[in-house]
Design a binder for this molecule. Structure first.
Ligand SMILES: *[C@@H]1O[C@H](CO)[C@@H](O)[C@H](O)[C@H]1NC(C)=O
Ligand SMILES: *[C@@H]1O[C@H](CO)[C@@H](O)[C@H](O)[C@H]1NC(C)=O
Length: 442
């Protein structure tokens, strides 16, 4: 973006941001500086050749499946049943760390395991371990040491873990700073019945192994977002996780259900995001990638959605996309009630090796895809492609754009196909927060 572009971008901030869904009450120098730095990071993190990232992902998945075949485990996979056998990692992200019985002494290993657009997220790798010992969340401006809120506002890289299983009811949105991992392994950690997690104008955050349930809006007020800054925030929306103007973010093995707004929103020029191995149930509008037709900064948005299970009583937006480039790969869609994947404003959607199971009763909801508010004459040019997906109970995906794009650009794809949707039940079998015990493989 040239100077003119940057200028108009800043102008948008100045004019619109205080009134938009940023929840920032006082849009002061502090926030305008953070926003400008964040935009620079978006430009840096953006991949000019996204097909390379897609390819890299698929090569790793194929390799892992081959290794599993070598183990000759021919037992029929029963999807999403409780599994009690020896540790079995079924996809390349998990096989990178999960079956190490010594994982608790080697927590940073996880930071080397992301794939897809969020693969550069290292979180708090190399930093101190911060142990959360206090589940309360009472003081928004001077949070008590030992609380999750005290951990996430620190300036240095931190790897945040939990001393015991706990339910944390966030009094207001939890504003996470850069270079943090929130690692729920070894405890059963619920973020529930309160406000959600906000990742705003920061970079390099990993969220792993949390259960995020029944998130409601925070009323707003003075909230500390860093050891050296706090300010007035307006009411938060009630999203489970809100990624706003942020880069290099990885959300893995999270279980989410019933937020009063979205489960995960990724908006405002965020990029370099992977959402993997997570389990979603009981929710209407699951994932919003790009919040407004006016935010064309979301052209820089690049997100991988992989190995997730969209389960019971899910309705729509898995995800709903604007502008950017979205690799939706090897996910299991066992339930939706309106559609699975939607969008507007010319997003690129590469759907590969997913399993789509349409709702049994609603004959009007068999279509996986939905183009919002756009005539066919326009959307027929959008690149929405399905490769290696499998469709059950009458599910169907309406493709658009140049169907022979891959054929014309073998140099981009190197003839590597995604793993087939037939393998998805196995690859997503352990989706959601894992019950890891210290001293045993997860
Ligand atoms: C953003 O990047 C440009 C070009 O590298 C640089 O001149 C500018 O100072 C950066 N802005 C911030 C806020 O870091
Ligand atoms: C896997 O095991 C089955 C039964 O034990 C055997 O018949 C089959 O040949 C084996 N396949 C490979 C690839 O080793």
């Amino acid at each position: 973006m040239g100077r003119g572009g940057l200028y108009s971008f800043l102008l948008i901030f100045v004019l619109i941001l205080p009134f938009a869904a940023a929840n920032i009450g006082e849009y002061d120098d502090y926030w305008s500086k953070k926003a400008a730095e964040a935009w620079n990071r978006t430009l840096e993190s953006y991949e000019p050749m996204p097909a390379n990232v897609v390819n890299h992902f698929n090569v790793h998945t194929q390799r892992t499946l081959k290794e599993l075949e070598g183990l000759n485990d021919t037992r029929r996979e029963l999807a999403h049943r409780v599994y009690t056998g020896p540790c079995k990692a079924t996809n390349p992200i998990d096989s990178c760390w999960r079956c190490d019985p010594n994982w608790a002494n080697n927590r940073f290993r996880l930071a080397d395991c992301a794939l897809g657009f969020g693969r550069k997220a290292k979180g708090g790798k190399g930093g101190k371990i911060y142990v959360v010992t206090d589940s309360t969340d009472n003081d928004m401006v001077n949070p008590k040491p030992g609380t999750l809120r005290h951990a996430v506002i620190q300036k240095e890289p931190l790897w945040i873990i939990f001393d015991w299983s706990m339910v944390i009811r966030l009094n207001q949105e939890l504003i996470v700073t850069s270079d943090k991992t929130i690692d729920g392994r070894g405890a059963s950690v619920y973020i529930a019945h309160g406000a959600g997690i906000t990742i705003q104008f920061v970079h390099n955050v990993i969220i792993h192994g949390l259960k995020i349930h029944r998130i409601v809006p925070g009323t707003g007020g003075e909230i500390r977002d860093s050891v050296d800054h706090y300010g007035f925030r307006t009411r938060s929306d009630g999203d489970g996780i809100s990624v706003f103007g942020s880069t290099d973010i990885w959300i893995d093995h999270v279980s989410m259900t019933r937020a009063s707004d979205g489960l995960i929103d990724v908006i405002w020029g965020s990029t370099g995001v992977t959402i993997s191995n997570s389990h979603f149930t009981d929710h209407n509008e699951a994932m919003l990638f790009g919040a407004s037709d006016a935010h064309d900064i979301d052209k820089k948005m690049q997100i991988t959605v992989a190995f997730n299970h969209f389960g019971k009583r899910m309705v729509q937006r898995m995800p709903r996309c604007r502008f950017g480039y979205f690799h939706v790969v090897n996910n299991d869609y066992t339930h939706w009630n309106m559609y699975a994947i939607g969008g507007s404003m010319n997003p690129t959607i590469i759907s590969q090796g997913n399993r789509y199971i349409a709702p049994p009763l609603n004959g009007y909801a068999k279509e996986v895809t939905k183009r919002e508010y756009t005539p066919e004459s326009t959307w027929k040019a959008w690149t929405w492609r399905s490769q290696g997906d499998i469709f059950l109970r009458g599910a169907f995906f309406i493709e658009s754009g140049d169907r022979d794009f891959v054929g014309k650009h073998p140099e981009l794809y190197d003839h590597v196909e995604a793993a087939s949707g037939k393998r998805v039940a196995r690859m997503t079998r352990f989706a959601g927060a894992l019950g890891c015990k210290v001293g045993e493989a997860c």
